[in-house]
Design a protein around this ligand. Structure first.
Ligand SMILES: [Cu+2]
Length: 186
C-alpha cells in the first residue's frame, strides 16, 4: 500500500506534467489565436503642455507624463521629415479577434485623437502632419465631418467600437496619421 509521501510525490508529478502540457501549446499558438475576451487598444502621445496649449488653447494637452515631452514645433518638424514621433502611437499595432469580441480604445495620452476606420491608410486632416500624403476621404473635413467627430477620443476617455464584420479593418488617427492599427476579425 502507498504511504502518504509516495502518494504526494505521485500527485506532484501528475501536476507538473499537466502544467507542462497546458503551457506548451498555449504559448506556441498565442499569436494566431483570435481573442475572445474584451480587447483594449491604448492611444499614447507625449504632447508638451506648454507649447501645445500656447498655440492650441488652454487644456488642449493635459499630459501627465513626467518629462520626455515633444514640443509642438518638434512634432511638426519630425512629421515633415517623414520620421513622425513614435511616442504618438496606438498599442498594439495589430489585433486578431473573434467576431463579436468587444473592442475599445482608451486615450492615455495628453491630447485628443481619432480612431477612424479607413479603406486605405493615408494622410489625416492636418496636411503639415501628413509627410506629403493626401488626406484620406474618411478624414477629410476634420471634426466637421460627423464620421471623424464620432470617432474622436478625448484624454482619459474610452470609446467602444461597434461590432466589426469578419475580415481586415484598418484604423488610423485623422490628426496623427502614423497612428495605425490593423484589426482582423475571424
Ligand atoms: Cu492622434
Amino acid at each position: 500500500m502507498m504511504n502518504r509521501n509516495q502518494w504526494l510525490l505521485g500527485f506532484f508529478m501528475f501536476l507538473s506534467a499537466t502544467y507542462a502540457l497546458a503551457q506548451g501549446p498555449t504559448q506556441e499558438h498565442k499569436q494566431q489565436k483570435p481573442a475572445t475576451q474584451a480587447v483594449q487598444i491604448v492611444a499614447l502621445d507625449e504632447c508638451d503642455p506648454a507649447t501645445f496649449n500656447a498655440a492650441l488653447g488652454a487644456d488642449f494637452c493635459k499630459n501627465v507624463a513626467l518629462g520626455a515631452f515633444t514640443t509642438l514645433d518638434q512634432l511638426f518638424a519630425q512629421a515633415a521629415a517623414g520620421t513622425p514621433d513614435p511616442g504618438w502611437d496606438f498599442e498594439p499595432d495589430s489585433v486578431v479577434i473573434k467576431e463579436g469580441t468587444p473592442l475599445s480604445v482608451v486615450d492615455q495620452g495628453g491630447e485628443p485623437h481619432t480612431f477612424t476606420e479607413v479603406a486605405n491608410f493615408g494622410g489625416g486632416f492636418i496636411p503639415p502632419l501628413n509627410a506629403g500624403a493626401d488626406t484620406v476621404p474618411e478624414c477629410s473635413g476634420g471634426f466637421k465631418n460627423l464620421g471623424v467627430a464620432r470617432t474622436r477620443i478625448l484624454q482619459g476617455s474610452e470609446i467602444k467600437l461597434p461590432e466589426l464584420s469578419k475580415g481586415k479593418h484598418l484604423f488610423q488617427c485623422c490628426i496623427h496619421p502614423w497612428m495605425r492599427v490593423e484589426v482582423e476579425v475571424k
